[in-house]
Design a protein around this ligand. Structure first.
Ligand code: ADP
Length: 547
């Protein structure tokens, strides 16, 4: 936890003077109530995961002031979101919507254009609007966290699971539109959403999917959470990882509860990485693997104990392999190189037959070892994995933030084909560059089927300017080097959005130009989250904002 010194000035929106800003804010206060508009003039507090700020990126990678807003506003309902959007168009003030702002590692509650007004939807729009137990679906507002949805389902004693990411405090809706992932068979959050309600950048209200058809007597359409695409172009995709609309409601499918069995497989040799990925591919394609499993380097076993890295190594730069080996040999996993976490689902007979196939496949890799949660001590990480993989939100993953003092983290997340050769190529680039910039390599490969999200976690001390500079340098170089080989990120931190967007440059940036055409058509005043995912409206484009 770190507090900045007292702040002297508010970050004003671009092109807006102090008095003009005050007039505009007073207008907003009189429409929404003084208590629902907050100027960002207090010292910035990074807080921690559960008490996170909505004023800036708590995991700052540049200056703490860099991604600060001018104010935050708390709408109570969709009509107030529309009112705020009309206000933003009138004053040409950029607004930046967040659901809960726990998007840590990707920008948190920071806004790309300094001085934007944060629309903090989650504070007051936090209702679970519906849980349809028969349809196994729900409809939520932006402020519903995984914990809240989970607790409501438990309270109602419904036989349903949610799907949560590693940490359970985030917004169900926010994570899905940023295309985050979880670990049950419903782990692709965007793929398991069904229907959206949005406020467009002009203030117009839109429902997607079957929601576009009015229900009987003005009710919500009864199939809104049953069928995704409805009729005509399937437009939901353009509202994910974009700045084309503010999502005020979103439907999700919930998984009917079932039996489950988590397990861990360890692999002895570092160079077996390629073989492990090759063994995963057919199991994933045939859908024998029950969920999105994780393959981690053994250094992660050290990190998830929650002990600081200085427990094992006080030197600078990447932790040497011998030190990791020595430390791992004293942990339950033993002196191994890779650790695979999977979960199987269904009745016991189904699980047993799947486990037999899985054990056979991985058993071909010399020195591999299969373990069940009961084989491991009660405080081992596998027990928290087993919870996440059966839809129980947890906070255990925060433990590795003890790795360095004042820890923050950044994710480098390229997509790898599920082929040993490609995964190795990405892993080599990442390892080489981490060594160069002096960071530990903390990789987790989440394999869906034909691709894996290679999530490399850069953990840095945010009170150390040199570490921040090196983490930034490392990110920039990894993005470039990977792109040269044809590997691109699925998601990135706000500050690297332009660079990542630029790597998707086929045919003279056809995708960028297409995104810009949509942006300009939907948001003529470029007020909504300018720069998010590298998409700039005409007001900002080519005027020095891109970095
Ligand atoms: P979480 O709390 O799950 O981490 P966030 O609220 O931080 O989610 O959302 C992640 C990102 O997605 C935000 O930075 C913002 O750019 C975008 N976003 C979140 N909620 C909305 C929304 N309701 N409408 C439009 N964009 C949103």
């Amino acid at each position: 936890v770190r507090e900045s010194s007292v702040r002297k000035t508010v970050s004003l929106p671009p092109g807006i003077g102090k008095e003009q800003f005050e007039r505009a804010i007073n207008e907003l206060k009189s429409s929404l109530g003084r208590e629902n508009v907050e100027i960002n003039d207090k010292p910035l507090v990074d807080g921690w995961y559960m008490q996170h700020p909505n004023t800036h990126d708590a995991y700052h990678i540049a200056d703490q002031e860099d991604l600060t807003s001018s104010a935050a506003v708390y709408p109570a309902d969709t009509a107030e979101v529309q009112l705020i959007v009309h206000w933003a168009n009138k004053h040409k003030i950029p607004v930046y919507p967040i659901s809960m702002g726990r998007n840590i590692g990707y920008g948190g509650a920071g806004c790309r254009v300094r001085g934007s007004v944060i629309i903090d939807l989650g504070r007051r729009m936090n209702k679970i609007l519906n849980i349809d137990a028969d349809n196994a679906s729900c409809l939520v507002q932006p402020g519903v966290s995984y914990f809240a949805l989970y607790e409501e389902i438990q309270k109602r004693k419904l036989p349903l699971w949610i799907d949560c990411p590693d940490l359970g405090g985030g917004s169900v809706l926010g994570n899905a539109i940023d295309r985050g992932v979880g670990y049950t068979p419903y782990g692709d959050h965007f793929a398991n959403h069904c229907g959206m309600e949005l406020v467009l950048p002009t203030g117009e209200l839109l429902r997607t999917g079957m929601g576009a058809m009015p229900g009987k007597d003005g009710a919500d359409n009864p199939t809104w959470q049953s069928f995704q695409a409805a009729y005509g172009p399937y437009i939901d995709g353009i509202f994910s990882q974009s700045n084309y609309g503010i999502v005020t409601q979103m439907g999700f499918w919930l998984m009917p509860e079932t039996g489950h069995q988590s397990y861990m497989i360890t692999f002895k040799h570092e160079e077996d990485f390629e073989h492990i990925v090759e063994a995963i591919r057919p199991l994933a394609q045939k859908r024998i693997l029950g969920n999105i499993p994780q393959l981690r380097h053994v250094i992660q076993e050290l990190a998830v104990t929650g002990k600081p890295r200085s427990t094992w190594y006080k030197g600078k730069g990447k932790m040497p392999r011998e030190v990791i080996r020595e430390a791992a040999s004293k942990l339950p996993c033993g002196d191994v190189s890779w650790v695979f976490y999977g979960t199987q689902y269904g009745d016991q007979a189904t699980i047993n037959s799947q486990l037999k196939i899985i054990q056979e496949a991985f058993g071909k890799i010399q020195g591999s070892k299969f373990m069940l949660p009961n084989d491991l001590p009660p405080d081992h990480y596998i027990h928290s994995r087993a919870q996440v993989c059966s839809g129980v939100p947890v906070l255990r993953e925060l433990d590795w933030l003890n790795w360095v003092p004042n820890a923050a983290h950044l994710f480098f997340s390229p997509i790898s084909p599920t082929k040993g050769k490609d995964a190795k190529a990405i892993h080599s680039v990442i390892t080489k560059l981490h060594t160069k910039w002096g960071f530990d390599v903390l990789p987790t490969i989440c394999i869906a089927s034909r691709e894996g999200h290679y999530i490399s976690n850069i953990v840095y001390n945010r009170a150390d300017e040199d570490e921040k500079r090196r983490a930034t340098g490392l990110m920039r170089e990894m993005i470039n080097e990977s792109a040269k080989l044809g590997y691109g990120e699925y998601r990135t931190h706000l500050l690297f959005a332009d660079q990542v967007a630029e790597t998707y440059s086929w045919n003279n940036g056809a995708l960028r130009r297409f995104n810009e055409s949509i942006k300009d058509a939907l948001d003529p005043n470029s007020i909504l989250a300018p720069g998010r995912n590298g998409i700039w409206g005409q007001r900002f484009r080519g005027k020095g904002w891109e970095i």
